[in-house]
Design a protein around this ligand. Structure first.
Ligand SMILES: Cc1ncc(COP(=O)(O)O)c(C=O)c1O
Length: 411
């Protein structure tokens, strides 16, 4: 019997989820998953933040809470407190009532809402031809989210210099200079995924100078606030600097990583507008877009975050939890670098500690990655990106020896 779905082509699986499935099915007891971007404890287990456990109990015990629909734009105390940690408690833009937000389904949802809005309303009302620039390389979903919102011209901007294993500043500035006016640039706020390489303050200032002069739109993606340095304020430096430079901009925030709330889908799209009147009209259109997308957002994750951010003792405890995660990553970085150097693994490995955040861009090529997976049961992305949180004091020797063996045997 013919099926109505007979013509549906098989889609390719999403690389990072496929990698996790392959890992699950691997019978090797020494296997290590360095693919998916999620935090693991030194026991290799997911971590429910202690502050999250505490607030979950507060929510269960609070009889004033119910499961009525939230407003279309989400929980007000979540939206405002989330924007506050991005822009800073004393942000002039907040004081001037020109900051608003949309509660979204994770950082992905925030990017999606931002993209949908920009395609419809940014600088006129048909932006299908407006170029959207994403870093080369970037989180692979950036391309697809913007394309799916109707943008037809998505371009890479230079970012990574493979030779020197660092930022290609000249390339980046050159691409900013030559981009058509009003192009949209997606910038990673901190802990760039996948390279773990961020511009320095001075480099960010150079980027801002060109973007302002060339009238380019700033769309920050902030998925790792706290993970880069262990300090929320330090990791928000770039976002806050751009606000001081007078940009109207978007900032997509994810609370998946820094709250360990991956499956609760907590995100926020912070909007910085010229003034409160512009903000009001933007939010009114955002409501229309949310309404046809998910109608209104879920509450549990947003409540958890809002209660934490708005209660001083809990806020302090959360910052401490974030630091615990960031510190463990730093320890694993130092340890992996030291082990590779002790093994005299060919190549330089300083980039392991120079890079920041959850990921390291090892420089392993696709053939070497394949060898690591097939011969050593160590799962990593084809780009050579490894999740530093997947390393533990128990598996790090095995991983270092495997990298050594791979680099020596496979070119
Ligand atoms: C750069 C970047 N942006 C956005 C996201 C999406 O985050 P979420 O899982 O909250 O949708 C991720 C997640 O890996 C990411 O790495």
């Amino acid at each position: 019997i013919m099926s109505l779905f007979g013509e549906v082509p098989q889609a390719t699986p999403v690389a990072v989820f496929k990698l996790s499935n392959d890992f699950k099915e691997d019978a090797n007891p020494k296997k290590v998953n360095l693919g998916v971007g999620a935090y693991r404890t030194d026991e290799g287990q997911p971590w429910v933040l202690p502050v999250v456990k505490k607030v979950e109990k507060i929510i269960v015990a609070d009889n004033s809470l119910n499961h009525e629909y939230l407003a279309i734009l989400g929980l007000p105390e979540f939206r405002s407190s989330a924007s506050k940690i991005a822009l800073g408690e004393d942000s002039p833009a907040i004081q001037e009532n020109r900051v608003g937000a949309v509660q979204c389904l994770g950082g992905t949802g925030a990017l999606k809402m931002g993209a949908e809005f920009l395609r419809r309303w940014y600088n006129g009302n048909d932006n299908t031809k407006t170029p959207v620039y994403v870093s080369a390389p970037t989180w692979e979903n950036h391309n697809a989210v913007f394309a799916n919102a109707g943008f037809e011209d998505i371009r890479p901007y230079k970012y990574w210099d493979a030779e020197k294993r660092g930022l290609d500043l000249d390339g980046l500035l050159g691409d900013l200079e030559s981009a058509p006016k009003h192009s949209i640039f997606v910038l990673h706020a901190c802990a760039h995924n996948p390279t773990g390489t961020d511009p320095t303050h001075v480099e960010w200032m150079q980027v801002a100078e060109v973007m302002k002069r060339r009238k380019l739109f700033v769309f920050f993606d902030s998925a790792y606030q706290g993970f880069a340095s262990g300090c929320l304020d330090k990791d928000a430096w770039a976002v806050r600097y751009f606000v001081t430079q007078g940009f109207e901009m978007f900032c997509a925030q994810s609370f998946s990583k820094n709250f360990g709330l991956y499956n609760e889908r907590v995100g926020n799209l912070t909007i910085v507008a010229r003034d409160s009147d512009n903000l009001k009209r933007v939010l009114s259109q955002m409501e229309k877009i949310v309404r046809v997308t998910w109608s209104n957002p879920p509450s549990q994750g947003a409540r958890l975050v809002a209660i934490t951010l708005n209660t001083p003792e809990l806020f302090a405890e959360w910052k401490d939890n974030v630091k615990t995660m960031a510190d463990r990553v730093l320890l694993m970085r130092a340890s992996l670098q030291a082990k590779l150097q002790a093994l005299e693994t060919p190549g330089t490995w300083n980039h392991i500690t120079q890079q920041i955040g959850m990921f390291s861009f090892t420089g392993l090529n696709p053939k070497q990655v394949e060898y690591m997976i097939k011969e050593r049961s160590i799962y990593l992305m084809a780009s050579g990106r490894i999740n530093m949180c997947g390393l533990t004091t128990k598996n790090i020797d095995y991983v270092a020896e495997s990298i050594h063996e791979t680099v020596v045997n496979v070119q």
